[in-house]
Design a binder for this molecule. Structure first.
Ligand code: KG4
Ligand code: ZN
Length: 356
């Protein structure tokens, strides 16, 4: 049956949501290689409750290829999504009919992966006649340190993930100003590439962190690119190349621990110094870290120490919220939903979507 024009345009506009007071929201994250579904409940000024947060990680699947294979990722998203939605409803103890709004990551990310999650969420929103919200993956990361808080205070945000290294001035939810970003590799990407060079498993970040614990961070003096330039941009490709040249000159057994520790020391120093400078320039008294690389214990400790010295507050997401997950997408969507926003059902995905 062909839907009448009136019905179709109503559906395409999404259900309406005029500043609801309490909302139950289901969100899907499928921008890369994690399929995730979360259900949250929230109301303005209250702590958001994560009722369920399910993840099917594809890391083991992609490990044998040394990185993410887009077609494998999207096929596995579609295989696991339905089961994860059912599990989330069961864990949350709610019925599909009780969900007030549906959300999904619509960018940035792999096009074929984004399409699976966003199409599923739109389908559920359409069937339930509820609003749909397309969420920027980076906004999910950015807000994740505040998921268990009652508000998002003004701060300088550092998002460090596999695809992004971004410094932002944050006035509150939705009010972001870019201060700097990477001009080449993201910090996580550098970790992954150096991990590969050192013969470590994918993803390189956690493996380098492990190897670095037994190494000397002063063993090699790797470059800290752009550290003394006045802007707040980053560059990690020179550091990656410096590790490669050092490796090529090695004879005998590779000093993996020392190389890992020295590489990590350079990354940490760059991230900490640039972020603290951003706080100084903006006058913000709080810095927040998010994204997969912010799981790194040495990075967290260095930030804590530097913030203590500078008299700054620091906010870091709980470990489960650092790497890709749907709870952070649900939280970002909830704030927008409670503010009366929704997205059209005929909106596209945006693989290169910027945050600002
Ligand atoms: O946020 P995320 O899960 O995905 C993206 O949005 O990219 O971040 C994944 C990145 C990978 O590059 C991974 O190597 C890095 O986070 N990562 C780490 C650690 N755990 C994950 N990097 C350094 N230390 C870690 N412990
Ligand atoms: Zn991410």
């Amino acid at each position: 049956m062909i839907a009448s024009r009136g019905f179709f345009s109503r559906v395409l506009a999404g259900g309406s949501a005029k500043n609801p007071r309490v909302a139950l929201l289901l969100a899907i994250e499928s921008s890369c290689d994690e399929t995730a579904v979360a259900i949250v409940r929230g109301e303005p000024g209250q702590r958001t409750e994560v009722l369920a947060s399910e993840i099917n990680s594809q890391i083991a699947l992609h490990r044998e290829h040394g990185g993410v294979v887009p077609e494998l990722a999207s096929r596995n998203h579609s295989l696991h999504l339905r089961g994860l939605v059912e599990m989330a409803l069961l864990d949350a103890g709610v019925r599909m009919a009780e969900i007030d709004a549906f959300a999904a990551t619509t960018g940035p990310g792999l096009a074929s992966s984004l399409l699976i999650g966003s199409t599923a969420a739109k389908g559920m929103a359409c069937a339930a006649k509820r609003p749909f919200l397309g969420i920027n993956h980076l906004e999910g990361h950015l807000l994740s340190p505040f998921l268990d808080q009652t508000s998002v205070p003004p701060h300088v945000a550092l998002i460090v993930s596999g695809g992004h290294t971004l410094l932002l001035d944050v006035d509150g939810p939705g009010c972001y100003r870019k201060l700097g970003g990477t001009r080449d590799d993201a910090a996580g990407e550098a970790y992954d590439k150096v991990g590969k060079m050192l013969g470590l498993a994918y993803p390189g970040g956690p493996e380098i962190e492990k190897a670095a614990r037994a190494g000397d961070p002063q063993a090699y003096d790797f470059p800290r690119s752009m550290l003394h330039e006045p802007h707040l941009d980053f560059s990690f490709s020179g550091l990656k190349t410096a590790v490669l040249y050092t490796l090529q000159k090695q004879t005998g057994e590779l000093p993996v621990a020392d190389l890992a520790a020295s590489f990590q020391q350079a990354v940490i120093e760059i991230l900490v110094r640039k972020t603290l400078r951003a706080a100084e320039l903006t006058g913000r008294r709080r810095v927040a870290l998010s994204g997969g690389v912010s799981l790194n214990q040495a990075l967290r400790a260095a930030f804590q120490q530097a913030a203590d010295r500078a008299g700054l507050e620091i906010s870091v997401a709980t470990p489960a919220l650092c790497t890709d997950n749907a709870a952070m997408i649900a939280f970002a969507a909830l704030l927008r939903h409670l503010a009366g926003e929704s997205s059209p059902l005929d909106g596209d995905i945006h693989p290169n979507l910027p945050l600002v």
